[in-house]
Design a protein around this ligand. Structure first.
Ligand code: SAM
Length: 283
C-alpha cells in the first residue's frame, strides 16, 4: 500500500515522545566505549523542513515540538535530558535564530550519535521517501537501504558489534503490522538476547496495539518497559489520541529520567495530556 508519508505528521507530539525516548536510550548506551550497531527499520526522510507542502497541510508540529520550542529558554535549563535533546533540535534549524524551520527524524538522531566504532543501517521501503533519505548527509559508517526493514533487520542478525540498538517505527497502515512487529522482536531476542529495541505504536480507538503487546508477552519476551503519552482521552472522533513506546532491555535509570523530563513537557501539550510508564513484562 505505502500511502503513508511521515512529512504530514513531522514534529507532532508522538515524534517528540519517540525521539526523546530514543535520545535518552542512546545517551545511556554512549556511556560505554564498546561498539554499537544501530538499525532503524522504518527510517522515513531523515529531516523535515516544516514549510514542506505536506507538513503545512496538517501542521501537527503546532501541538508537538512548537510549544516546547517556544518554552525552550525557560525549560531547557531545568531538565538536563530535555535540555540536551532541545540542543539537537536547535542544530537543524536554518535561517533566523528564533524560528523553528526543521524537525529532525530518527536517522538524524541516530547518525549524530555515531562514533567511529559504531554502525548504522537505515531501512526505508517507500521509493519517494527513500529518495529524500538518500540526499541526507550521513557519516561513512551509516548506510541506507531501500527495502523492507523487518526482513532486513532479520538478515543482519546477529551483528558483529558487542551491542545492538534497534528502532522499529512502522506506519501501521496494515493491521498485520502489529503482529509482524511482535514476531520481529521475538526473532531479534532469539538471535541477540541483550539487544535494546524501541518499538513505537499509536494509541488509536481500535486499540490494536494491545494485541501486539499481548503477543509479545505470549511469546515469552521479558524486560519490556512501556511508556504512553496521551494528548486526549480515547475517543472515536479524535483519531490518534496517544503515542506508545515499548523498550526491550531498557537501560537502568531510563524511566526516571524520562518521567522527570515529561513533568516539564506534558503541561505544554495541553490540559488533557497525560504520561505514564512502567513494566509491561518484568525480567
Ligand atoms: N522513523 C521515522 C522517524 O522517526 O523520523 C519515521 C518513520 S514513519 C512513521 C514510517 C516509515 O516507514 C515511512 O517512511 C514508510 O514509508 C516506511 N515504511 C513502510 N513500510 C516499510 C517497510 N516494510 N520497511 C521499511 N520502511 C517502511
Amino acid at each position: 500500500m505505502l500511502a503513508y508519508q511521515h512529512a504530514y505528521h513531522a514534529g507532532n507530539f508522538a515524534d517528540v515522545h519517540k525521539h526523546l525516548t530514543l535520545f535518552a536510550v542512546i545517551r545511556h548506551l554512549l556511556r560505554k566505549e564498546s561498539a554499537i550497531t544501530y538499525i532503524d527499520t522504518h527510517a522515513g526522510r531523515g529531516c523535515y523542513p516544516l514549510d514542506a507542502e505536506e507538513t503545512r497541510k496538517l501542521m501537527e508540529y503546532r501541538s508537538g515540538i512548537l510549544p516546547l520550542w517556544q518554552a525552550r529558554r525557560k525549560l531547557g535549563a531545568v531538565d538536563p535530558l530535555f535540555g540536551a535533546w532541545l540542543e539537537g533540535v536547535e542544530n537543524v534549524q536554518q535561517g533566523e535564530e528564533e524560528r523553528l524551520t526543521h524537525y529532525p527524524g530518527s536517522p538524524w538522531w541516530l547518525a549524530h550519535a555515531l562514533r567511529p566504532q559504531d554502525r548504522l543501517s537505515l531501512f526505508e521501503l517507500h521509493p519517494g521517501e527513500h529518495r529524500h533519505l538518500d540526499v541526507q548527509p550521513l557519516p561513512a559508517n551509516a548506510r541506507r537501504i531501500h527495502g523492507d526493514g523487518l526482513a532486513g533487520m532479520a538478515r543482519m542478525l546477529p551483528v558483529a558489534t558487542p551491542r545492538l540498538c534497534v528502532l522499529i517505527d512502522p506506519s501501521y497502515e496494515r493491521k498485520e503490522e502489529y503482529h509482524e512487529v511482535a514476531s520481529a522482536v521475538q526473532g531479534l531476542v532469539r538471535k541477540v538476547r541483550h539487544a535494546v529495541a524501541l518499538v513505537w505504536y499509536p494509541l488509536l480507538p481500535a486499540g490494536r496495539h494491545r494485541e501486539m503487546l499481548e503477543r509479545m508477552r505470549e511469546h515469552g519476551l521479558r524486560k519490556l518497559w512501556q511508556a504512553e503519552l496521551q494528548l486526549a482521552p480515547p475517543s472515536d472522533s479524535y483519531g490518534m489520541y496517544g503515542s506508545g513506546m515499548l523498550v526491550l532491555n531498557p537501560p537502568w535509570g531510563l524511566e526516571e529520567e524520562l518521567a522527570m523530563a515529561m513533568t516539564k513537557i506534558v503541561p505544554l501539550l495541553g490540559a488533557s495530556a497525560r504520561y505514564r510508564s512502567g513494566w509491561w513484562v518484568e525480567e
